[in-house]
Design a protein around this ligand. Structure first.
Ligand code: NOJ
Length: 490
């Protein structure tokens, strides 16, 4: 009998997102760095994660938190050196953690040498002004004037991020080389930034006005347009094939495709998984969350994500009382799941900075990781942190280590239990609670509402959000308080 092909390592993986600037400072300059990440890998390994994804640490003027890359194959001095990147990859592998780097193929920093040395690699207006009506993701028009040449260039995001022209062979070849470079250094895959923006309408036609609210929330004013020409061109597969070729067949490619899950199919022909953003944005309500899971599941190979460096953190989005329930949800879904640093201790948003805050206000979601409440700045830095180290409701990671009832303990238990869940997900009809079966053996029930609600009948508790009230082995209750949930035997 032919044996079933072995599932890839990432099929139900837990990927831990590190935002390097805010994870751990090793040098005392108040900003996190790669040696700092390496020093904290045991925390990630103890969580039981399979892999880490690092947001960009490449040379960058930081107009967009590092997503404005001025050199694809190097490390910004603020984050360390190439040797530090090598050491980090090795240290992760030593702990059984795979490593994903972030590649930003759509645009460079305006300070990337290519912008001066190879202006032909970018998209220019042939008018003395914007070529069309396209709007940039974080506000304003997508066209800015290059002071040097007086010509107008395209930028899907900030003006400091000129878009590369992905219809050009030299751009494609250069970016495939970038992927090869990091694969040769040992990374296991990439998170590919904003790949729905790689290919635009070749004629650069105007976007028509939007006929309704955007399918996914937008940061800037571009929601007023139906972005059918400024992104997601039908020949996107040509560009993605190049990225796949550069990365090789064994690399995990995770697409950040900011489109409704129903539009992911052309991307999934080339990348292994794409984020399903419906769940990240779904109102915390049983029907909406169920629909979000269904739309992602229908799309095929999606990666679940409930929070990241771009959007409000979980306590701010779903409410502090639902942080445990969010963990239960995320970690019992089939398919890869991404956990943003700090989620595992219930970190909330902090205050933004006075200018120069990230202009979309996203620094609030990027405060330093809280390690040790007894150490200066929560153990993040011995210097002055670039963003204040804020306190966490249940204490920093060290305090939560000592508390068997902590959010951290819940994350760890669920990551471990996740390996035991059967395949697939089948919703169980229940009023007010979100309930689903995982394989023949397990059922999950979560009360997302503000009032107590009735759970479907189940057997013994395996792990509940609130283990003091619902310890393992206890019979699953028929009533769940707000924010409460369980994983139980059927
Ligand atoms: C998505 C990244 O997550 C975000 O931080 C960045 O601003 C945009 N892509 C543009 O690169």
């Amino acid at each position: 009998m032919p044996t079933a092909p072995e599932a890839p390592w990432w099929r139900d993986a837990v990927v831990y997102q590190v935002y390097p600037r805010s994870f751990q400072d090793s040098g005392g300059d108040g900003e996190g760095d790669l040696p700092g990440v390496a020093a904290r890998l045991d925390h990630v390994a103890r969580l039981g994660a399979d892999a880490i994804w690092l947001s960009p640490f490449y040379p960058s003027p930081m107009a967009d938190g590092g997503y404005d890359v001025a050199g694809y194959t190097d490390v910004d001095p603020r984050f360390g050196t190439l040797a530090d990147a090598d050491a980090l990859i090795a240290a992760a592998h030593d702990r059984g953690l795979r490593v994903l780097f972030d590649v930003v193929p759509c645009h460079t920093s305006i300070e990337h040498p290519w912008f001066r040395q190879h202006p032909e690699r970018y998209v220019w207006s042939d008018r003395d002004g914007p070529q069309n009506n396209w709007l940039a993701s974080f506000g304003g028009r997508s066209w800015s004037c290059d002071e040097g040449s007086g010509r107008w260039y395209l930028h899907s995001f900030y003006p400091e991020q000129p878009d590369l022209n992905w219809r050009r062979d030299d751009v494609r070849a250069a970016m495939a080389d970038v992927l090869r470079f990091w694969i040769a250094r040992g990374v296991d895959g990439f998170r590919l930034d904003a790949i729905d923006r790689l290919m635009k309408d070749p004629e650069l036609r105007d976007d028509p006005p939007a006929s309704g609210p955007p399918a996914l929330p937008e940061h800037g004013g571009c929601a007023s347009l139906d972005m059918r020409h400024s992104r997601n061109a039908p020949d996107i597969g040509d560009a993605l094939a190049v990225l796949r070729e550069g990365a090789g067949d064994d690399a995990l490619l995770v697409g950040e495709v900011y489109l409704p899950a129903a539009q992911l199919a052309p991307y999934l022909e080339h990348v292994d998984v794409a984020f399903a953003f419906e769940l990240l944005h779904a109102p915390w309500e049983a029907t909406a969350v169920r629909e979000a899971i269904e739309s992602g599941s229908d799309a095929g190979r999606v990666a679940w994500v409930l929070s990241n460096h771009d959007f409000p953190r979980l306590p701010d989005r779903v409410g502090a009382g639902n942080v445990r329930a969010a963990a239960l949800l995320a970690l019992t879904l089939p398919g890869p799941v991404f956990v943003y640093q700090g989620d595992e201790i219930g970190m909330a948003d902090g205050p933004g900075r006075e200018p120069p805050d990230d202009r979309a206000g996203r620094d609030r979601h990027r405060h330093p990781m809280r390690w040790d409440d007894d150490a200066p700045h929560g153990g993040f830095t011995s210097g002055e942190p670039w963003l204040p180290a804020i306190e966490v409701h249940g204490g920093g990671a060290a305090a939560q280590e000592r508390d068997a009832d902590s959010v951290l303990a819940l994350y760890r238990d669920l990551v471990a239990l996740r390996r035991e869940l059967g395949e697939g997900l089948e919703f169980v009809d229940a009023t007010g609670v979100l309930a689903y079966r995982r394989g023949p053996g397990h059922v999950v029930a979560i009360n997302l509402g503000d009032e107590p609600a009735t759970a479907p009948a189940a057997g013994a508790i395996v792990r509940a959000t609130h283990a003091r009230r619902l310890p393992a082995g206890a019979p699953a209750p028929r009533e769940l308080a707000s924010g409460e949930g369980f994983l139980a035997l059927v």
